[in-house]
Ligand binder design. Structure first.
Ligand SMILES: C[S@@+](CC[C@H](N)C(=O)[O-])C[C@H]1O[C@@H](n2cnc3c(N)ncnc32)[C@H](O)[C@@H]1O
Length: 315
C-alpha cells in the first residue's frame, strides 16, 4: 500500500493559536480542510477537552484522515463537504456555535503526488484535478471547452502567467485537432510555447498553468469568499478562526474579511462608541505570518504560506 505524507505547515503556531479557545469542556474545533489530518491530530493531542468536526471535499483524503484520527474515538466526526457550505454542515450536526475554525487552504500532498488525480505536471495522468471527483468539470473539460478569452483570464489571474494569451491560443489550436486528455499532452504544449530562455529561469514551465487550472476547476477563490464569513459567524465569543493561505489572491480575501470583522462600524466622529458598534473580533496576528527559513528548507510547501488569525470578542 502507498503511504502518503503531508507535512503540516506552521504546525506548532497553529496549535498555539487554537489551543486557548479549546481549553474547556465541550469545545468544538472545525477543521475545514482536514486533508490527511496532520493539524487536527496535533490539536486534539494538545487539547484533550476538544471535539473535532473535520471536513474535506476529497473522499480519498477523508478516508486516510479517518484512520489516522481513529485513536481519538468519539471525539472525531468526519464529513465529506465543501467548506463553502459550512453553515449547513453545522446545522446538520446540530452545532450552533463552535470554539475554533481552521482553514489550511489549497491542495494536499496526497493530491499532488497521486498521478491518477491529474494535479501533477511531473507525472503522466488523466487531466482531472477535481478535489471532489463526484462533481464538477475536470481540467480536461476546461481546456477543451473554454474560449481563448476565458482560458487567458484563468491563466493570467490564477497563475500570474505572463504568456497566458499565447498559451490559450495554442490550447485552442491543438484541441481542434485532438482534445486534451493527459497531463503530459499539456506539459508538452507548454514546453513548445514558453520560450527556452524563460524556462531556464522561471521554474517549471507547467507550474503556473497547472495551479491556475486547479484553482478554476475547484472554484477555490469562491470557496474562500463564501467559507470565511460563515466561519466568522459560527465562532462563539472567545472562539478563534485561523487561516493559512498559499496564494496572494486568497490571502487578500482573508485579510479583507478579517479587517472588516475587526473594525468598528461606528462613524469616526463619535466621542464614545456604543457597544453595538464595537468590533466583534480582534486580530491575533500582525500581517500575514510566514514560515521561517528552517521550515521552508524542510518543507518547500511552507515557502508561500501566510497565516492570519482572529478571536471573537463580542457577540
Ligand atoms: C493543504 S490540505 C490540508 C492539510 C491538512 N491541514 C493536514 O495537516 O494534513 C488542504 C485540503 O483541503 C481540501 N479542500 C480544499 N478546498 C476545499 C473546500 N472548498 N472544501 C473542503 N475541503 C477543501 C483539499 O481536498 C485538501 O485535502
Amino acid at each position: 500500500m502507498t503511504t502518503f505524507q503531508h507535512v503540516p505547515v506552521l504546525l506548532s503556531r497553529v496549535v498555539d493559536l487554537l489551543a486557548p479557545a479549546l481549553a474547556k469542556p465541550g469545545a468544538v474545533l472545525v477543521d475545514c480542510t482536514l486533508g490527511l489530518g496532520g493539524h487536527s491530530v496535533a490539536v486534539l493531542s494538545a487539547c484533550p477537552q476538544a471535539r473535532l468536526i473535520g471536513l474535506d471535499r476529497d473522499q480519498a483524503a477523508l478516508q486516510i484522515a479517518k484512520s489516522r484520527l481513529a485513536p481519538f474515538g468519539e471525539r472525531v466526526t468526519t464529513i465529506q463537504a465543501n467548506y463553502s457550505e459550512l453553515t449547513t454542515v453545522l446545522q446538520n450536526e446540530k452545532t450552533n456555535k463552535v470554539s475554533a475554525v481552521l482553514f489550511d487552504l489549497g491542495v494536499s500532498s496526497l493530491q499532488l503526488d497521486e498521478p491518477d488525480r491529474g494535479f501533477a505536471y511531473r507525472h503522466e495522468g488523466p487531466l482531472d484535478m477535481r478535489m471532489d471527483q463526484s462533481s464538477g468539470e475536470s481540467a480536461a473539460e476546461v481546456l477543451n471547452n473554454y474560449s481563448a478569452t476565458e482560458l487567458t483570464r484563468v491563466l493570467r489571474v490564477y497563475g500570474e502567467e505572463r504568456f497566458a494569451a499565447k498559451i490559450a491560443a495554442a490550447i485552442v489550436n491543438r484541441r481542434a485537432q485532438l482534445p486534451f486528455t493527459t497531463s503530459t499532452e499539456l506539459v508538452e504544449l507548454l514546453y513548445s510555447v514558453i520560450p527556452a530562455a524563460v524556462r531556464r529561469t522561471g521554474g517549471h514551465p507547467a507550474k503556473r498553468t497547472f495551479q491556475a487550472l486547479r484553482m478554476e476547476v475547484n472554484e477555490e477563490l469562491m470557496g474562500v469568499k463564501e467559507g470565511i464569513p460563515q466561519a466568522l459567524t459560527a465562532v462563539e465569543v472567545g472562539g478563534r478562526v485561523v487561516v493559512e493561505s498559499y496564494h496572494s489572491l486568497e490571502d487578500r480575501m482573508v485579510k479583507r474579511a478579517f479587517a472588516n470583522a475587526t473594525q468598528s462600524g461606528a462613524p469616526t466622529d463619535l466621542p464614545v462608541v456604543p457597544d453595538a458598534w464595537q468590533p466583534r473580533f480582534r486580530l491575533l496576528t500582525k500581517g500575514g505570518e510566514k514560515a521561517d527559513s528552517a521550515e521552508v528548507q524542510r518543507n518547500p510547501r511552507a515557502a508561500s504560506v501566510r497565516l492570519r488569525a482572529v478571536e471573537r470578542v463580542a457577540a
